[in-house]
Ligand binder design. Sequence first.
Ligand code: SF4
Ligand code: SF4
Ligand code: SF4
Length: 185
Amino acid sequence: MLTTNTALILISAFVLVLLVGALLSRMARPSGDVAANRKTVLIDQVNELLPQTQCAQCGYPGCRPYAEAIVEEHIPINRCPPGGKNTITQLAALLGTDVPALDEQFGIFKAPQVARILEADCIGCTLCIKACPVDAIVGANKLMHTVMEDECTGCELCIPPCPVDCIILAPIDTTPANWAWPQPQ
Ligand code: SF4
Ligand code: SF4
Ligand code: SF4
């Protein structure tokens, strides 16, 4: 026959074993929050390697959605024409994968460029402003528009909507701030 003290000790020990078991089990697998945070950090890292042109050539509406698709859906890393080989190489190093060639179904790599408006021809329709993903165009209805070149990513999205074809693309002037080694062919 167990004494009251012995019974209490046994019950306490049993409860302690249950608590320790639950604690160890929780420590053995990351919580949902921790896993979600890791995914968000990785998406941020992938996004930082993308060129932020926001051109949608990858099939996603911007660089961040493409970064999310790479991390969450394992979409190939070679669909960003503005980033070209350099971006693919950096993404592969981050994700520990092979370095695939750029998938040219999504476009070809071009030297950095900016949009310029032939201002004498502009009719002030504002369609280019609505198309620009980075608010690089200033102007008002029926007034001449202009591109702020420091903000322009060269995404080309303003060109198709212009009804009078007065937007052209021009190579970026090379300065010490934007010069880079040419990509190997
Ligand atoms: S193609 Fe590249 S630069 Fe253009 S939106 Fe997609 S990730 Fe961004
Ligand atoms: S001005 Fe045109 S090319 Fe430049 S970022 Fe805006 S939409 Fe793209
Ligand atoms: S779309 Fe063309 S015409 Fe219309 S405001 Fe822009 S540059 Fe001017």
